[in-house]
Design a protein around this ligand. Structure first.
Ligand code: PA5
Length: 326
């Protein structure tokens, strides 16, 4: 799994190039709405895109993670339907709804029933290389989504920023591995509360939780700073479980509302008994900052699995449930 995390920059670049010919065929006119449909390690790319576009795009974007589309999604939306395996039932159900409503769409998958349905309905598929745990194919899935929103002009500097990000990751990865390994050793036997200082980076906090769940087989929890100041904060009044630890995802001054920085300073003093660690985003641009946090969080989960002496790849409980559901 470590080598898969380290391969994310290659995945990002590979699919940026590979997806170009398919995306070129999609209408250039910006859709009225965007729905990105997918579960778990597939759907997270939608969350990242939503965070990336939150303060720059005027197109409503919904990340759909269940069986049904919200009622307000209309025929003039564009749907990106993502399932690495191609066999996830919620995602297939969303596909079928899109088909019924004749919503223009694109499938991202390594195969399975999603690919079969797309091909039989004449819908474009971006084929993702097989053999990965779905969550470890995030570079492929995310860069195809990024290329699509770039195609519509919604993230105009995506190409420059993506290649700057992959260069940054490659130049810093050894250092990040050391950092992540140190943090993972501090998280062993703990319950991490992962806080994102900025709402655009909340998907990175969520990704870190998912990676801790699936790779390290650990429970974890995430919150966004501003919102958590209106609920979770008060939970500390009842006393803190001695295993709790706070991990703050710090996007940096230019990417965090000054009032959220101030909130963090006040809380830093108000909660002196809870061990706290910070993971700092790196790079100049929003995309670099997001991808640096992605890699750092993924690495922590893999090192934690290693310290626990467990294999990060199998997700037996998820697979058993899928089998039971038939
Ligand atoms: O990473 C994982 O293994 C899971 O979170 C899967 O992504 C999730 O179960 C959905 O499966 P798929 O990505 O194949 O649609």
């Amino acid at each position: 799994m470590l080598s898969l995390v380290r391969s994310i920059p290659d995945q990002l670049e590979h699919n940026w190039k590979q997806s170009a010919s398919v995306i070129k065929e999609i209408s250039k006119s910006t859709p009225a709405q965007i729905a990105i449909c997918g579960m778990g390690g597939s759907g997270i790319s939608g969350d990242l895109i939503r965070g990336l576009l939150l303060y720059s795009s005027s197109v409503p974007l919904e990340v759909v993670k269940d069986y049904s589309l919200p009622t307000w999604i209309r025929k003039d939306a564009f749907a990106v339907v993502i399932s690495y395996s191609g066999n996830t039932e919620e995602t297939l159900s969303l596909w079928d709804e899109c088909s019924k409503m004749q919503i223009p769409r694109l499938a991202l998958s390594s195969g399975g029933r999603l690919t079969e349905r797309a091909l039989s309905e004449g819908v474009a598929v971006i084929k993702i290389p097989p053999g990965y745990p779905p969550r470890a194919s995030i570079g492929y899935l995310f860069s195809a989504c990024l290329r699509l929103v770039h195609h519509w002009g919604l993230y105009p500097d995506a190409d420059k920023e993506l290649f700057a990000a992959t260069a940054l990751i490659r130049s810093r990865i050894e250092e990040w591995c050391k950092e992540a390994s140190a943090l993972a050793s501090s998280l062993k036997g703990r319950f991490p509360l992962i806080h994102s200082l900025d709402v655009r980076f909340a998907p990175l906090a969520y990704r870190m939780v998912c990676e801790l769940n699936e790779n390290a087989k650990e429970l974890a929890h995430f919150h966004t700073y501003s919102e958590m100041n209106h609920n979770e904060l008060n939970g500390f009044e009842g006393g803190v479980d001695e295993n709790a630890v706070i991990v703050i995802l710090d996007a940096g001054k230019d990417f965090t509302h000054p009032r959220n920085q101030r909130r963090a300073e006040i809380i830093e003093e108000a909660l002196p008994r809870v061990p706290r660690y910070k993971i700092k985003a790196e790079g100049e641009t929003l995309l670099e900052r997001m991808l640096s946090l992605l890699i750092k969080g993924d690495l922590v989960s893999v090192y934690l699995a290693e310290f626990k002496g467990i294999d990060p790849e199998p997700v037996n409980m998820i697979e058993n449930l899928k089998r039971e559901l038939g």
